[in-house]
Design a protein around this ligand. Structure first.
Ligand code: PEP
Ligand code: MG
Length: 537
């Protein structure tokens, strides 16, 4: 038994087998072979397995994210069967007498470079697909597993680092916990772990030899225990049961109002990353959704999601929430959320760079597509839209002009839409300081404390070395929240918090004292907060 320390990003205990996730499938050696026919046979077998895998992923994805979003996996299977791919590999193996891994990697690189050069956006986007299928076949040839297809047994994922795009594609039912060496407590991968209710540790000195071993992730102690002895296992199971018992006590709060003793009602909403998280919101009795991070639709997809694909996703969420409020945040990519097909240039300082609303106001075609999908979905529920990273009144006016254009188009096409609340995220110090002016422009404010803390304290939220001084309790942040609530209320609009600080139980009472109207938190935090709200004067 061995205990290793890490930094906890979500409590709870997970017990299970480790799956070591490495991304080095692309690092392929060129090895001379003597029997090209046997090598081709190896390739053919690996290809068949890859097609099988893709078909299985496709079937699963249809259930989880719908047919349109799943289509990318069908396309991958078709590309693998394509002659161009096959012939190039055969040619390399036969003429150069080299291993199949090398032939696949070279073919993948060549074809993807060719696609990347093409004029047509559709073909340019295929560059990533070719790379992806090549990596899949190489992984099979090397006998390695890819994290996205994590097998049938639930596992603890151990990795050097995980990007939000990787995490979001994993089969959530098979995940017990995340353990990484890199990554900060405030990154989006950490936030996803919380949304999925998964114990998670970062800053762990990970080792590949743990692959397949039994382990315990103790989220409360910030410990990873490799090959626990019987006594430890028994203790951990006991603690797991205790956590489950506490949860059961909270179950009594389901169906109860979010109201303080003196009668102040709080909107207690949930944060989600996609349609798959709605069940968890309903299970935890969320009164609505206060932040749907819509960019995950873009991260999950291999190409720009169409208006119709997006409409289906927003409509599904609105319908499943059955008339309860659903606030969808428009695309917030950039910084740690990179989407390959956007082809964003590498920046010196991405957190302060070309991201979120800055991209949308620049590439209005993408923005309008999303707004059309959102307005169309508003006919099926109670939708609110909010805009990220606002710094000026000018931006809000520009947004409102575009929104009016979209509504006018829909009117002309006689497409129905409902009445939509429009709000902005307050997550830059600039927005805080002019919140009195911004309040005149919108229906609500939602304070994004994750970014607000980052920009106020000048600490990159991705930088794990600075986690210990990234202090969302800093008086500067709390004063800003107070100021935003006051300015919002002066102009009769409601003010909420959708950053992670909103779920900080030690601050719930303080937020209520400040006059906060809404808290939007990961689904698992709803009932503990309801308990505090109902106990507060
Ligand atoms: C925030 O910044 O607090 C927020 C809710 O948005 P995100 O974490 O997605 O940047
Ligand atoms: Mg933010």
């Amino acid at each position: 038994m061995e205990k290793i320390n890490g930094k906890s990003i979500f409590n709870g205990i997970a017990i299970g087998k480790i799956l070591f996730y490495s991304k080095d499938a692309g690092q392929v050696k060129r090895v001379k072979i003597t029997d090209p026919r046997a090598e081709m046979e190896r390739y053919n077998k690996a290809k068949e397995k890859a097609v099988e895998e893709l078909n299985a992923i496709y079937a699963r994805a249809v259930k989880e994210v719908g047919e349109l979003n799943a289509r990318v996996f069908e396309v991958h299977a078709m590309m693998l069967e394509d002659d161009t791919f096959h012939d190039s590999i055969q040619n390399i193996i036969e003429t150069q007498h080299v291993n199949a891994e090398y032939a696949v990697a070279t073919t993948g690189d060549n074809l993807s470079a060719m696609f990347a050069e093409m004029e047509d956006e559709y073909f340019r986007a295929r560059a990533i697909d070719v790379k992806d299928i090549a990596e899949r076949v190489i992984s099979i040839l090397l006998g390695k597993s890819r994290s996205n297809d994590i097998g049938n047994e639930p596992v603890i994922i151990v990795a050097e680092d995980l990007a939000p795009s990787e995490t979001v594609q994993m089969d959530k039912e098979k995940l017990l916990a995340f353990v990484t060496r890199l990554g900060s407590a405030n990154s989006h991968t950490a936030i996803l772990a919380r949304t999925m209710n998964l114990p998670a540790l970062v800053g762990v000195d990970i080792r590949e030899e743990w692959n397949g071993k039994t382990a315990v992730v103790d989220g409360s102690a910030g410990e990873l225990i490799i090959e626990p002895d019987e006594a430890t296992l028994a203790e951990m199971r006991e603690r797991q049961e205790e956590i489950a018992r506490n949860r059961e006590l909270l179950e009594n709060l389901k169906g109860k109002e979010d109201i303080t003793r003196s009668g102040k009602k709080i909107k207690l909403y949930a944060n989600i990353g996609g349609t798959g998280d709605v069940a968890n919101v309903i299970k935890n009795d969320g009164a609505g959704i206060g932040l749907f991070r819509s960019e995950f639709l873009y991260l999950e997809s291999g190409d720009y999601p169409s208006e119709n694909d997006q409409f289906q996703a927003y409509r599904t969420v609105a319908e499943n929430m059955a008339g309860k409020k659903v606030i969808i945040r428009t695309l917030d990519i950039g910084a740690d959320k990179q989407v390959d097909y956007f082809r964003l240039e590498k920046e010196e300082n991405p957190a302060m760079g070309y991201r979120a609303i800055r991209i949308c106001l620049d590439r209005t075609d993408i923005f309008k597509t999303q707004l059309r999908a959102l307005y169309r979905a508003s006919a099926y529920g109670s939708i609110g839209i909010m805009f990220p990273m606002i710094i000026s009144v000018e931006e809000v006016r520009q947004i409102k002009t575009i929104v009016e254009e979209v509504k006018k188009e829909l009117d002309e096409q006689q497409i129905q839409y409902g009445s939509v609340e429009l709000g902005i995220m307050i997550e830059t110090p600039a927005a805080v300081m002019i919140s009195d002016l911004l309040a005149e422009e919108v229906d609500f404010f939602s304070i994004g404390t994750n970014d607000l803390t980052q920009y106020t304290l000048a600490i990159d939220r991705q930088n794990s070395r600075l986690d210990h001084i990234y202090d969302a309790h800093h008086e500067a942040v709390l004063r800003m929240i107070r100021m935003v609530v006051e300015n919002g209320h002066k102009h009769n609009i409601w003010v909420g918090i959708c950053g992670e600080l909103g779920a900080d139980l030690s601050l719930t009472r303080e937020f209520i004292r400040m006059g906060i109207d809404e808290l939007s938190v990961s689904p698992g935090a709803i009932l503990p907060i309801r308990k505090i709200i109902r106990e507060t004067e």
